[in-house]
Design a protein around this ligand. Structure first.
Ligand SMILES: NC(=O)c1ccc[n+]([C@@H]2O[C@H](COP(=O)([O-])OP(=O)(O)OC[C@H]3O[C@@H](n4cnc5c(N)ncnc54)[C@H](OP(=O)(O)O)[C@@H]3O)[C@@H](O)[C@H]2O)c1
Length: 328
């Protein structure tokens, strides 16, 4: 689907510092690996120390093969289902004294049964969107202070095209669908990209989003335990596409991608000099595309941002709100 990218499309961004959420597996791990191989310092925001340390070992091995013997890799605990943990992550990051040039909002859950976080919000809403919004707000002052061309990349999904904002059903008060609520969270990431970028138009920080493609990762696990026809359908589908000839065909026709090439799309958006200074880009894999009409409606973006700020206000300092023109 579209042109293919290679590492030659991205210049080595030496001395760049990147934060990657959910960096211990799937696309987050691949992205962290590629950034480290390009010479970036990478901070892994993960909820399990054990899984993060294992990822660091994997990344070191990949870097060694690329001739980088001592990559700067750090783990800071981050549980996106807990706003206090997001706040603590940002404090710990600031304590390192590092600048920040790249923030990759990647971690996500997909298709899980309706559940609520300790903060009382629907889990897709908080893990995929709200906590990343809090993290973005808390780290924006560092990004704005870290020199030219700093970038935030939201790893969203094409499924946002089928979602809409329903303020009276934001946590599934009226109706809930596993895929529907994932899609909504991916829509909110894009809506917040527009709403936040509007507030920092004069800064050198750009926010972009992408659909990385369809990739076989653990993210599908969420829908595998569904007891309805949908779960059976997906388990059947997985069995079929796991067959080597089918898998080969799906990759050959571009319907599915490998985690490495999907991560390359993320890295491309994070560091390619071709995209420097371009705001509110949305890529579908390797091709720039328009986001959904719903995502572009400014009054809806503002409505969502207003509500979201109420959810996280306890954690965002007044001066940050003022600096970002978010104070009521
Ligand atoms: N795979 C696809 O086909 C596809 C398609 C479109 C978009 N995407 C997007 O690509 C991104 C990466 O997905 P993936 O396929 O790589 O998924 P994945 O392999 O399941 O990885 C998800 C990552 O998110 C982390 N995570 C989940 N809940 C968390 C929490 N509460 N706090 C901190 N971290 C948490 C997971 O940590 P644990 O290991 O601790 O669970 C894991 O590291 C997601 O934003 C997804 O929406 C993927």
């Amino acid at each position: 689907m579209g042109a293919t990218l290679s590492l030659s499309d991205v210049q080595p961004p030496l001395n760049r510092v990147a934060v990657v959420t959910g960096a211990n597996q799937g696309l987050g791990l691949e992205t962290a690996k590629q950034l480290a191989c390009l010479g970036c310092k990478v901070v892994l925001g993960c909820r399990s120390e054990e899984r993060a340390l294992k990822a660091i070992e994997d990344i070191k091995t990949a870097c060694a093969a690329d001739g980088i013997t001592e990559p700067d890799l750090r783990f800071i605990p981050l549980d996106l289902s807990n706003l206090q943990s997001v706040h603590d992550f940002c404090v710990k990051f600031k304590d390192t004294g590092l600048p920040l040039h790249i923030l990759i909002c990647n971690a996500a859950v997909f298709g899980i049964p309706q559940s609520f976080t300790a903060d009382g919000y629907e889990t897709h809403f908080q893990v995929n969107y709200l906590s990343h919004l809090l993290m973005t707000l808390l780290l924006l002052p560092v990004l704005m202070d870290s020199g030219p061309d700093c970038r935030i990349v939201n790893v969203s999904a094409k499924l946002h095209l089928f979602a809409s904002l329903e303020m009276d059903n934001i946590h599934g008060e009226k109706a809930y669908g596993r895929v529907g609520f994932y899609s909504k969270s991916k829509l909110y990431q894009i809506m917040s990209m527009y709403a936040l970028q509007r507030r920092i138009t004069n800064s050198h920080v750009t926010i972009s989003s992408l659909h990385p493609g369809v990739i076989e990762t653990n993210i599908q696990q969420g829908i595998m335990d569904d007891k309805t026809w949908f779960g059976w359908f997906n388990r059947g589908l997985k069995m079929v596409y796991s067959l080597p000839p089918v898998k080969y065909l799906l990759h050959k026709t571009g319907f599915m991608r490998g985690a490495d090439s999907a991560a390359l799309s993320i890295v491309y958006m994070a560091v390619s000099p071709k995209l420097a200074g371009i705001k509110c880009l949305y890529y579908d894999e390797t091709v720039p595309r328009a986001t959904s009409a719903e995502s572009r409606r400014e009054e809806r973006q503002e409505m969502l941002l207003d509500y979201s700020l109420q959810c996280i206000e306890k954690y965002v300092p007044g001066e940050t709100l003022e600096e970002l023109n978010l104070k009521k």
